[in-house]
Design a protein around this ligand. Structure first.
Ligand code: SF4
Length: 307
């Protein structure tokens, strides 16, 4: 089957089954192009909750599909490949959070949304890379905070807020490669470019990098906004490189340089057009979070949304 005929069949099945396709910015370009909504994980789940679709086909990794199921319990959430995991989300489990709570009575657990449903169920409040500073600032100064799972985002928040949160030592295997040295190299090579850094990057806790006039820290959605609004013509992108597909589509004449030739998330790339078609045909594999686990996980997300 050609790519063109696959896309046609996907479109037909979507209509027939009242399905909606959500794709993360790190998805393969051909998947981004057939998606109904493109965004970061939480924005996608919120978008899905607003639609009238019966089926959500989530092209991302498993924790994102879990979040969609938590937010939209009445919809069927399916994925192209249920082996799509995440080094960051899998770095901690509920028992490890409980252990920390026993050692730190009264401590507050703040989890980045890049966590499993189980971890969310053991969390006090979730945050995204876009609202992390707001969430942390909402917690009284005297409270001790355990930030999970991303040590780099945690270090960035500590630097920006002056808090001394305890940081779980998890990391994203893609953003971990973006260290301070890489930023200095890119700045020397592209002196006129803005350097856009995702706070999951390894350099995020380095004050010298933060002080550089050409560095900016953004979530994926924040990066897209920056490049659209900036008068600059050249941008160094320090996040998963597939986001450049969208940047190029929306900003003709501007140049986007990926800061790493290996800045690709292999888990996201498990999703292919063939598997999207199969998932729609089979209405599976399904990802479902239900019962008490769903209720507890939802509470930590709801608390964040209330802010
Ligand atoms: S890019 Fe990193 S955080 Fe995102 S899914 Fe891949 S491993 Fe996980």
């Amino acid at each position: 089957m050609t790519a063109e005929s696959m896309v046609k069949e996907i479109e037909r099945l979507k209509r027939e089954k009242n399905a909606v396709i959500l794709a993360h910015y790190y998805s393969r370009p051909e998947i981004q192009d057939i998606s109904d909504f493109l965004g970061d994980s939480l924005a996608l789940s919120q978008e899905a909750a607003r639609t009238e679709a019966d089926i959500i086909l989530f092209c991302g990794v498993n924790f994102m599909a879990e979040t969609a199921s938590i937010i939209s319990p009445s919809k069927k959430v399916i994925v192209p490949d249920n082996r799509a995991g995440c080094s960051l989300a899998e770095s901690i489990d509920g028992e490890e959070i409980e252990q920390w709570r026993r050692e730190n009575p009264g401590g507050v657990v703040v989890s980045y949304v890049n966590t499993t449903a189980e971890v969310k169920a053991f969390t006090d409040i979730c945050c995204t890379s876009a609202n992390a500073l707001k969430v942390v600032n909402s917690i009284p100064q005297e409270k001790k905070i355990l930030f999970v799972p991303d040590k780099n985002l945690g270090a960035y928040i500590n630097l920006k807020t002056g808090r001394k949160m305890e940081l779980w030592q998890g990391d994203c295997c893609v953003h971990e490669r973006f260290d301070s040295e890489t930023v200095l190299e890119m700045a020397a090579k592209y002196p006129d470019a803005d350097i856009l850094i995702h706070p999951e990057s390894n350099c995020s806790g380095d004050p010298a990098i933060m002080a550089m006039p050409q560095t900016y820290y953004y979530s994926t959605a924040g990066m897209l906004k920056h490049v659209a609004e900036s008068d600059k013509r050249q941008f160094v992108i320090m996040t998963e490189k597939e986001i450049i597909h969208q940047m190029e589509k929306e900003n003709q004449g501007k140049e986007f340089i990926s800061a790493g030739s290996r800045a690709l998330c292999g888990q996201m790339k498990r999703n292919t057009l063939e598997k999207v078609l199969l998932a729609l045909q089979n209405e599976g594999p399904e990802i479902k979070v239900e019962g008490e686990l769903r209720e507890r996980a939802w509470k930590s997300i709801e608390k964040m949304l209330e802010l």
